[in-house]
Write a protein that binds this ligand. Structure first.
Ligand SMILES: [Zn+2]
Length: 309
């Protein structure tokens, strides 16, 4: 009963309204709204969102996905582009445009990938769907001990080559075919070794069968960043050339017979850089061309067919 009495003794609503109190609640909400508006204005000057174009719209495993970001406010800050949380290098193309290449391979799961573009303008989160592609398979029988080829020296140098990332863009337009030989093994072929599917193996390039001594040309302009020879320990790759095309795009040629360039040379598209051979772990004269984008061996096919600019 005591409690009921105290409730009845509380001042009524009418009494409160008559007191003409300062409207603290209204002031609080007005200040809060002001702070929120100011913050949005400071972070997003015009509250404009990036324009994002993903090409190709329906990529398949092995494709290089180009993410073209156009700013609308003229802010010069390069946006950050991540795919499923992993950041990829972004380069300015001029006119408020930025481009990111996202490499894919047979080892990338098919399915939905979320792109996140953040920077001076409002964040965008488009997505693309990576289609499953079927790749040919090969069955290889290995005798014991045949997997031991290769030296630390060549593995270190090739790993450094794959990580090359220079801001210059040397290539321009579609890539040329580096050999006139017929394609003897296409990109992406999967393997069974002694009947067991090799989860991490795929053919990381294209093989061209051509006679020993036939020319190998640079498919695009670039800077020679790797020259390795059998005599220096390239026992697995054989005589090797690595060309940096810039902005994370690089070509490797292995099993060469001869090499006619030096590290540091700038090469032009169509320039002869060496000749086809069968050095290293090779069963016959052929050129292996690997095209790496941000460290992943991608299908060179689209780079041959279209302008990847
Ligand atoms: Zn090959």
């Amino acid at each position: 009963m005591k409690h009921t009495v105290s409730v009845y003794r509380l001042p009524g609503l009418n009494a409160l309204l008559k007191k003409r109190q300062v409207p603290w609640r209204s002031i609080f909400f007005m200040v809060l709204a002001g702070i929120v508006t100011l913050s949005i204005t400071l972070i997003h000057p015009a509250a404009q969102a990036y324009d994002v174009v993903i090409d190709p719209a329906a990529p398949g495993q092995g494709d290089t996905v180009s993410i073209l970001v156009t700013g609308r406010t003229g802010a010069s800050e390069t946006p950050t582009v991540t795919v499923d949380g992993e950041p990829y290098p972004t380069f300015a193309l001029g006119d408020n445009r930025y481009r990111t290449f996202v490499p894919t391979s047979p080892l990338h799961r098919s399915g939905r990938y979320v792109v996140q573009v953040t920077g001076a303008e409002r964040q965008r989160n488009p997505a693309f769907w990576l289609d499953r592609r079927s790749f040919r398979t090969q069955r290889i029988t290995l005798s014991s001990g045949s997997g031991d080829l290769g030296t630390d020296h060549e593995f270190d140098r090739v790993a450094t080559f794959k990580a090359v990332l220079s801001p210059e863009k040397y290539w321009d337009g579609p890539f040329l075919r580096p050999s006139q030989g017929r394609v003897s093994s296409e990109y992406g072929v999967r393997r069974y070794y002694n009947g067991v599917f090799a989860d991490n193996y795929y053919h990381r390039g294209i093989d061209y069968a051509a006679p020993t001594g036939s020319p190998v040309i640079a498919p695009a302009a670039g800077r020679v960043v790797l020259v390795g020879r059998v005599a220096d320990g390239f026992e697995l790759h054989g005589n090797t050339i690595g060309i940096d095309h810039g902005q994370g795009v690089a070509s490797i040629f292995i099993h060469l017979n001869s090499i006619s360039v030096q590290e540091g040379d700038i090469v032009q598209p169509g320039q002869t850089v060496g000749t086809v051979g069968s050095t290293g772990a090779s069963t016959g004269p052929h050129l292996h061309w690997g095209l790496y984008v941000n460290g992943v061996a991608v299908d060179p096919g689209p780079w041959r067919e279209q302008r990847m600019n």
